[in-house]
Design a protein around this ligand. Structure first.
Ligand code: IPM
Ligand code: MG
Length: 363
């Protein structure tokens, strides 16, 4: 029996997860996967009910699951909540409790969406890169941290810290992913200024000796940001720390013009993972039924592939999504004007229907 814990979360989370669950149910029966799902409260939704964004029952269900599907968490209504109880803190705790240190954020351009990018089509067409972000350490988790008074002035502080084993395991994951792709790995740091990056680079170099086939390069994070918007196709796999990866992955996602299309995986060392769309909770459009569910649907596909060993079912979903795009279905976020008359703008549930129909007609 395979067990998936589903966390719809906040904002557009419930709407997009609903469509993703319909798709999961469909492949579950069509491919006899024997998957059971259980839904749990998480983020602001859990805070509202239990005064805790990650209640014990949710954490336990996640621990027991084979994989986790997450919508999104957070929203401006929670900005006033005590810092420790904000939805984002729940997400960080969940990542940390489950040791989901390897965050895979693919940035790929669906050929039909080249016009939705803010860059010229020739700069992005064929773009297919992977950002591997360390997710359970670095600036997000380092101690000491806090806000306190020093000599009569208030100061806020955080600590960027990486241990050698932490760098080693994310670097190794980076080389392994590169081996399965274009065999090029770019490690991003800020070695010219930060000691933590000095160690990072040294360890990445050392691990690299075990992967002579992979071409290893290094960039400072400011230059990496520039290169991403100048010539993104130079990258195959980027490996970087938590805060740099947070920033660079948003930039990379946006250059595909399809942040509403991109799934992500956060994996532990045993292949267990949490899967979620790269985009956030989009409070500005929540509840309107217009959010794009495709990133969440593709997250289901990634979950089947990386944690549940069901690549057949994953392929079926990927194909169905490609079909839907080539048939012209677009949610409003990816409906570029220059695509002209051949596209049809649909809402969240119509997009779900279109994917289900494509799955059906393929089987
Ligand atoms: C992300 C998000 C989170 C992060 C927030 C919501 C805590 O921006 O997954 O990239 O900063 O990691
Ligand atoms: Mg982010």
């Amino acid at each position: 029996m395979t067990n998936v814990t589903v966390l719809a979360g906040d904002g557009i989370g419930p709407e997009i997860v609903h469509e993703a669950m319909r798709v999961l149910d469909a492949v579950n029966s069509a491919h006899n996967l024997g998957i059971t799902t259980n839904e749990q409260l998480f983020g602001g939704a859990a805070y509202d009910k239990h005064n805790d964004p990650l209640p014990e029952v949710t954490l336990n269900a996640c621990r027991e699951a084979d994989a986790i599907l997450l919508g999104s968490v957070g929203g401006p209504v929670y900005d006033q909540a005590p810092r420790q109880l904000r939805p984002e803190r729940g997400l960080l705790r969940l990542r940390s409790e489950l040791d989901l240190f390897a965050n895979l954020r693919p940035a790929m351009l669906f050929p039909e969406l080249a016009n939705a990018s803010s860059l010229k089509p020739e700069l992005v067409s064929g773009l297919d890169m992977m950002i591997l972000r360390e997710l359970t350490s670095g600036l997000y988790f380092g101690e000491p941290r806090g806000i306190e008074e020093r000599n009569g002035v208030r100061v806020g502080f955080n600590t960027m810290v990486y241990s050698e084993p932490e760098i080693e395991r994310i670097a190794r994951r980076g080389f392994e992913i590169a081996m399965q792709r274009g065999k090029r790995l770019c490690s991003v740091d800020k070695m010219n200024v930060l000691e933590v990056s000095e160690l990072w680079r040294e360890v990445v170099e050392r691990v690299g000796k075990e992967y002579p086939e992979v071409e290893l390069s290094h960039l400072f994070v400011d230059n990496a940001a520039m290169q991403l918007v100048r010539a993104p196709k130079q990258f195959d796999v980027i490996v970087t720390g938590n805060i740099f990866g947070d920033i660079l992955s948003d930039a990379a996602a946006m250059l595909t013009g399809s942040i509403g299309m991109l799934p992500s995986a956060s994996l532990d060392s045993n292949g267990k993972g949490m899967y979620e769309p790269v985009h956030g909770s989009a409070p500005d459009i929540a509840g309107q039924g217009i959010a794009n569910p495709l990133a969440t649907i593709l997250s289901v596909s990634m979950m089947l592939r990386y944690s549940l060993n069901q690549s057949g079912a994953a392929d079926a979903i990927d194909k169905a999504v490609a079909n839907v795009l080539s048939n012209g279905y677009r949610c409003q976020d990816i409906a570029a004007e220059s695509d002209g008359a051949k596209i049809q703008v649909v809402n969240t549930s119509q997009m779900g229907d279109a994917v289900l129909n494509a799955l059906d007609s393929a089987s």
